[in-house]
Design a binder for this molecule. Structure first.
Ligand code: ACO
Ligand code: LMR
Length: 617
């Protein structure tokens, strides 16, 4: 007899899990790890709807377990698989189990689903016999080979596993119908002996894929198993088969047996307990009768379920005294690192955070801007984009006039035609076949100290000069001395003769709405000096945004302190107004080029001064 015929799973078994049962798989791997198994016991997962490899822990290490759509595919790549644990739902459990039963390398199929039609289970059993495959279930939690292989959730929590000595092999074989009672029995056996070598719960259906007797006969043949414990239940005639095997001496190892459900006699009619098979109609299937028959056949039958531990202990001591069992040394299980999420839930860990967010939060029921739920903001007609920018950029709830001012800036700078540096770059990129984001970014990258990005520079220099009480003339002179063009002054096409309407509008808004326009007035004094030199050296759109924004903040001392104003300038937040506003225009230019299917743009050679040697045409 080959080893495999009496051992369904051991430390070399490799499982195929049908159904992406991540929790059960992780529990199997945790068991493997504490038992010091060399290789994780799960080779592959079947998910008929597909998916990539799944991440699990093996100890503290993360591993990937491949996922396949079909059993056939998984077996093609994993020749080591010898057991399938089938978590398929009732609807598909029959077909998938049949396929696994017929698949050559699979020697054991565990069927978790409950309620498979008895007719279909019988077909599965017939096929299993034909193919020399074992079935555990249906309606089972599975089984365990202590310290070697665990089926899914068998044995419960890791703590329970260790308390029940399931992390290392003992000398008893256990077979039960009920999965719940099997967990209880692992514990009872561990308290009264050196624990189990192997345990199987065959499931509560009337037609189990393998019977109590099948497993007892297997245990008889396994030299590692020195005694057998059977926990049957009311209904079915399985226990009679065991009795017969005892009488015929096909089972010779001490066998402690109990049939649960002795209380059924207290009921007058037919009784069905939790399991489909746990019902009694005839006296023959009653627990009392079966206990009697087992006892007569030579089984050790306790007086009640509560007495079972005592009987197991007696058997154990006896086998030890006969030196049939050599008491096993207790083995220290390997510790499993705690799961971070569990520890976090119980406030047992802390770690430094990686980023700070003081403007928005997404941990509650709804994301908030500065603590205000988004729905509250969008439902309020008076709260527009300017208000949102106040919250997210400046961390302030701005009054209506200030929010309106921000929106006015955005509208003002949204576009200035296709010829300006940024728009041109967006257009060229769009015509080179680039996508929206690339074309937009190409335009945005042009924004800088000369084009659109002079707002922060202007804010810095004007605010600094004003705070130092510097005479405008001295300011212009000092800047010239430094060789720095005053940010916010000068324009390529606008001048005193061709004033920039946008600048006029913003100036007027500030004068009308702000309590304070000191910095604007100062900048206009500077403009008088620069335009006296050259008529295009006007206060430009960047410049007017810079100085009026500071005036707006200074008009709201209850909202912006002097330090906060300095901070706004220091971190360079004002260029953001141009970046955001002009994005609207750049996106428009991108759409415009695509709308008219504009081809690749090439610069005209007439517009290039070639300084190369030799003829050009
Ligand atoms: N401050 C002082 N002097 C200036 C300034 C300025 N901001 N800008 C130009 N000048 C002077 C130059 O020093 C030069 O003087 P020079 O003739 O004595 O040598 C003369 O004006 C002409 O200089 P150019 O650079 O040829 O002037 P141009 O009209 O081409 O420049 C520009 C326009 C780039 C906007 C320029 O005025 C400048 O750099 N300004 C500062 C940056 C700025 O505010 N950019 C934002 C513009 S608005 C927008 O993009 C939305
Ligand atoms: C703009 O807003 O893009 C313009 O002020 C720049 C320009 O050159 O016209």
């Amino acid at each position: 007899m080959s080893k495999k015929s009496y051992s369904l799973f051991d430390k070399h078994s490799q499982a195929l899990i049908y159904g992406n049962q991540t929790k059960a798989i992780q529990r199997m791997l945790d068991f493997d790890y504490i038992c010091k198994r060399e290789k994780p016991s799960v080779s592959a997962i079947i998910n008929p709807t597909g998916g990539g490899p799944q991440q699990f822990f093996f100890g503290e290490k993360e591993i990937l377990i491949p996922m396949y759509k079909t059993i056939g595919k998984a077996l093609k790549f994993h020749k080591e698989i010898d057991i399938m644990i089938n978590f398929a739902s009732l609807r598909s459990a029959y077909e998938s189990s049949l396929e696994a039963i017929k698949a050559k390398p699979i020697k054991t199929v565990v069927i978790i689903a409950e309620g498979i039609l008895e007719r279909k289970t019988r077909l599965l059993i017939a096929n299993a016999k034909k193919n020399n495959t074992w079935i555990i279930g249906p309606a089972t939690v599975g089984g365990i080979c202590a310290g070697q292989f665990r089926i899914a959730n068998t044995g419960g929590t890791l703590e329970n596993i260790i308390n029940s000595k399931l992390h290392r092999g003992g000398s008893f074989g256990l077979v039960t119908k009920s999965g719940g009672l099997s967990n209880e029995m692992y514990n009872v056996i561990a308290q009264n002996s050196d624990g189990i070598y192997e345990g199987v719960a065959i499931g509560g259906d009337a037609y189990p894929g393998s019977t109590l007797a099948d497993h007892c006969l297997r245990f008889e043949k396994n030299p590692q198993i020195k005694a057998i414990v059977v926990l049957g239940e009311i209904g079915g005639l399985d226990e009679y088969e065991i009795s017969e095997a005892l009488i015929k001496k096909n089972i010779t190892k001490p066998l402690v047996a109990w049939t649960a459900g002795t209380c059924a006699k207290e009921f007058t009619g037919e009784v069905q307990f939790g399991h489909a098979g746990a019902k009694t109609g005839s006296l023959k299937e009653s627990a009392d009768k079966k206990n009697k028959v087992l006892k007569k056949a030579g089984a050790i039958v306790p007086k009640s379920f509560n007495d079972i531990g005592k009987q197991i202990n007696k058997v154990y001591k006896n086998l030890v005294s006969q030196k049939i069992i050599k008491p096993k040394k207790d083995l220290q299980p390997r510790a499993i690192p705690a799961d971070f999420e569990d520890f976090k839930k119980h406030k047992k860990v802390r770690k430094p955070t990686q980023i700070i967010s003081s403007i928005s939060c997404d941990t509650g029921e709804e994301a908030t801007y500065l603590g205000i739920p988004i729905s509250k903001i969008v439902k309020d007609q008076n709260k527009g984009l300017g208000y949102v920018i106040g919250l997210l950029w400046f961390k302030k709830e701005l009054p209506q006039f200030a929010a309106a001012y921000i929106e006015m800036i955005l509208k003002t700078v949204a576009d200035h035609g296709p010829c300006v540096s940024g728009a041109l770059n967006t257009i060229v990129s769009a015509r080179a076949g680039k996508d929206l984001v690339s074309s937009l970014v190409s335009g945005l990258l042009t924004i800088g100290p000369r084009f659109g990005g002079a707002i922060d520079g202007a804010a810095y220099y004007f605010f600094d000069a004003f705070n130092k009480d510097l005479n405008p003339r001295d300011f212009v002179a000092q800047m010239k001395q430094k060789g720095v063009n005053i940010p916010g002054i000068g324009h390529k096409v606008k001048s005193i003769k061709n004033p920039d309407k946008r600048v006029e509008n913003l100036k007027n808004f500030a004068k009308k709405n702000f309590k304070n326009t000191d910095l604007l007035n100062y900048a206009l004094e500077v403009e008088k000096i620069t335009t006296s030199k050259k008529e295009n050296l006007i206060l430009n759109v960047d410049g007017v945004i810079a100085v009026t924004f500071i005036d707006m903040m200074k008009s709201l001392p209850e909202i912006f302190s002097q330090r906060e104003i300095e901070k706004v300038i220091e971190i360079g937040s004002l260029n953001g107004l141009f970046v955001l506003g002009r994005s609207v225009g750049f996106i428009g230019h991108y759409f415009d080029q695509k709308r008219y299917k504009q081809g690749l743009y090439r610069f005209d050679t007439d517009d290039v001064l070639y300084l190369t040697k030799g003829k050009t045409n």
